[in-house]
Design a protein around this ligand. Structure first.
Ligand SMILES: Nc1ncnc2c1ncn2[C@@H]1O[C@H](COP(=O)(O)OP(=O)(O)OP(=O)(O)O)[C@@H](O)[C@H]1O
Ligand SMILES: [Mg+2]
Length: 260
């Protein structure tokens, strides 16, 4: 079963074609890393998946819904369902600076009128999933480190139990130590997930993506130039551009290399 299906999707900004007939399928539970240099169209792809950009042509299906056809009330209602969740590069974009972090985490559940017990159960599960101390979320966002904030932002996305989590450069704004903690949290999430959660993780850094992705997709100038298992792409890149990305990283840990 696929959670995300892009079929021949093109996106234009004015007269410029930024994505050119992209086709991509993400299966339930799969973790797919999207890598590409700055300006290659990664964020555009993420926003198209979320229904925030209407493609010039092609079709985007998320959890069986054609998001390219949703308009107005239907689009809002689909967004509210939380089937797909977006995690920003800057966690402060999803955390209210004036409220305890806990309030931002449960906001989606409040809107959906989820009961107290269920809210507590889902919050506990999400905090455990990202390895965040329960006491921390009583603080304001300013009282957390960058890595803690990003894990709180991921917890906020997880409480609504999405089928697809889209993370756009989740670690690139963080210092090295925080980056490690978030990468470890995402690896733990991948290893404990069942088939219910798929992730699309975007980064220009193939090194951090390789550690957490089952599959790597390389985007080059609006086109998918490579799509394969992480191990295959790292060991036998088919495209010179992929080789260039790999050679720029000193040491790459693939999922298999992380396991004994
Ligand atoms: N709203 C917009 N209007 C016009 N052009 C845009 C717009 N947003 C992005 N672009 C252009 O589209 C191309 C792809 O942008 P996009 O943000 O998707 O790239 P990216 O791969 O996410 O880059 P980065 O790694 O820097 O985040 C770039 O050339 C960018 O300048
Ligand atoms: Mg971007």
């Amino acid at each position: 079963m696929s959670v995300l299906e892009l079929d021949q999707v093109s996106v234009d900004y004015g007269r410029t074609r930024v994505l050119d007939r992209i086709s991509l399928t993400v299966r339930a539970g799969e973790v797919v890393g999207i890598v590409g240099e700055s300006g290659s169209g990664k964020t555009t792809l993420a926003r198209t998946v979320l229904g925030a950009i209407a493609p010039a042509e092609g079709r985007v299906q998320v959890a069986g819904h054609d998001v390219t056809r949703l308009r107005g009330r239907a689009l809002r209602s689909w967004r509210r369902s939380g089937a797909a969740q977006y995690v920003f590069q800057d966690p402060l974009r999803s955390l209210d600076p004036g409220l305890p972090v806990a309030e931002s985490i449960i906001e989606g559940l409040r809107i959906a009128r989820v009961g107290v017990d269920e809210t507590r159960r889902r919050t506990d599960a999400a905090l455990n999933a990202v390895g965040l101390d329960h006491d921390l979320i009583r603080r304001l966002p300013s009282g957390l480190s960058g890595g803690q904030r990003q894990r709180a932002a991921i917890a906020r996305a997880l409480v609504v139990e999405p089928r697809l989590l889209v993370l756009d450069e989740p670690v690139s704004a963080l210092d090295a130590a925080s980056r490690d903690r978030v990468v470890q949290a995402l690896i733990a999430l991948r290893d404990r997930r069942g088939s219910e959660l798929a992730m699309l993780v975007i980064s220009h850094d193939i090194g951090s993506l390789a550690a957490m992705s089952d599959r790597l997709v390389v985007l080059g100038q609006g086109d998918i130039v490579e799509d394969g298992s992480t191990r295959r792409v790292i060991a036998e890149p088919q495209h010179p551009y992929t080789r260039l990305l790999i050679d720029s990283v000193p040491l790459i840990h693939t999922p298999s290399a992380n396991r004994p």
